[in-house]
Design a protein around this ligand. Structure first.
Ligand code: HGY
Ligand code: MN
Ligand code: MN
Length: 413
């Protein structure tokens, strides 16, 4: 175990501080590009500078803090995550990975330790995708994985991405400048809360992430006939909300009953005109499937399309499916998992292999460099909710492992 220890109280203080930006009685509302997100980004930049990093914002709005290395020409070892949250989210998702990275670099500075490699702490833009309904925007931009649909979408308030990016210091028309070449990075490490129950239930403090889930995401517009709720006979209705409900049950059964994929969720719904005395004329739902197997996601899409067509026919409603590009699942290389195991041992902490059911910036960055992820327990496995919580000890443990990982990588890569 190295003598160098991160400063646990400083780390947890910064988590509390960042958690103030966007905190509401309903949970965290630090949605990407919002005023709270901008405040959280500015706070994080101030911590990076305090830790002695040079900071910059790339054209995709990613914040990159840099601590130079001692050996000229070596690629950087990067660590990071995101500071944006889902609506009514928690204080630890993303925040721990960013502030843990900053704490590691602050600890190096405190101890006057200079590594061979340059070290970077990165805040990726709009990881959650709450804004624009497209996730991993910053990390996919850095990895050169943007799609035509990312060119300049308009958000739910009618503001385009070029404008939102300018608000946070990005320059979306020049987003290609944000692309990093593989030779620029030696590795990327992401500390994150597990967002599931395994570590909490087993009492093991560190998760060695074995792979990150794939994801298929769709929106469906269901168009029926708006009509008077009091006068329209039941046999004369084309009730879009009823059809949406049948589709919701069908999507749920894909995972819950036929086990076509690991999980399936209808997470958002908009009914129009959303009045109790009007038979709903149109409804928009957002849904997603997740699985480590991309074949399972393809099978789920087939079953979902069949169910959608049948409900449309039976109910006499129109069904319009919008398919987002699938996010590929990413296995984590054995040698990188072994590095996390060694780092956990150096930190004197028990560890176990855990797959990630959540998506992460690491799965985009994996396409340009080696990567590894470290998990800490989520109390009761809860996340994406105000009850999301990881103890100060768990947060400090994960950050210590991140520091040990950085030191091992600096020697071995
Ligand atoms: O949705 C997710 O899996 C992640 O929290 N963005
Ligand atoms: Mn999340
Ligand atoms: Mn996250």
């Amino acid at each position: 175990m190295t003598q160098m220890r991160i400063n646990a109280s400083r780390l947890n203080r910064s988590l509390e501080e960042l958690g103030r930006f966007g905190d509401t009685p309903e949970g965290m509302q630090r949605i990407a590009f919002s005023p709270a997100d901008i405040q959280g980004r500015e706070y994080t930049i101030s911590l990076m500078r305090q830790a002695g990093m040079e900071t910059r914002i790339d054209s995709a709005g990613n914040i990159i803090g840099l601590r130079p290395g001692t050996v000229p020409g070596l690629p950087a070892i990067a660590m990071g995550s995101h500071t944006d949250t889902v609506p009514a989210g928690g204080k630890y998702d993303g925040a721990l990975g960013v502030l843990g990275a900053v704490e590691c670099i602050q600890t190096l500075t405190d101890n006057n330790i200079n590594l061979r490699h340059p070290v970077e702490a990165i805040v990726f833009t709009n990881e959650e995708g709450t804004s624009f309904h497209r996730w991993l925007i910053g990390s996919r931009a850095m990895a050169g994985l943007l799609e035509p649909e990312d060119e300049n979408p308009v958000d739910d308030l009618g503001v385009d991405l070029v404008t939102r990016m300018a608000d946070i210091g990005g320059d979306w028309p020049k987003v290609s400048d944000a692309v990093r070449k593989p030779e620029e990075l030696a590795a990327y490490f992401e500390l994150h809360i597990e967002q599931g129950p395994t570590l909490h239930q087993t009492g093991i403090p560190i998760g060695v992430v074995t792979g990150i889930t794939g994801r298929a995401m769709f929106e469906v517009e269901i168009v029926g006939t708006a009509n008077h709720a009091g006068t329209t006979p039941m046999t004369h209705r084309h009730d879009a909300l009823l059809s949406a409900s049948k589709l919701t049950v069908a999507v749920n059964k894909l995972a819950a009953e036929s086990e076509t994929c690991r999980v399936s969720t209808v997470g958002s719904i908009e009914a129009h005109p959303n009045a109790v005395n009007v038979v709903p004329g149109s409804v928009k739902i957002g849904l997603e499937f997740r699985d480590l197997s991309m074949d399972a996601l393809a099978a789920a899409e087939d079953e979902f399309r069949r169910a959608t067509a049948k409900i449309g026919e039976d109910d006499g409603v129109q069904m319009e499916i919008y398919r987002h590009r699938f996010t590929d699942s990413v296995p984590i290389e054995t040698d990188m998992q072994q590095l996390v195991e060694a780092a956990s041992k150096n930190a004197g902490l028990a560890h176990m292999p855990v797959p990630s059911g959540a998506g992460h910036d690491a799965q985009a960055i994996a396409s340009i460099t080696k990567m590894a992820m470290v998990f800490v327990p989520s109390t009761e496995g809860i996340s994406h909710a105000p009850q999301e919580y990881s103890t100060p000890e768990d947060c400090a443990n994960g950050t210590q492992v991140l520091l040990e990982l950085l030191l091992l990588a600096d020697e071995s890569l």
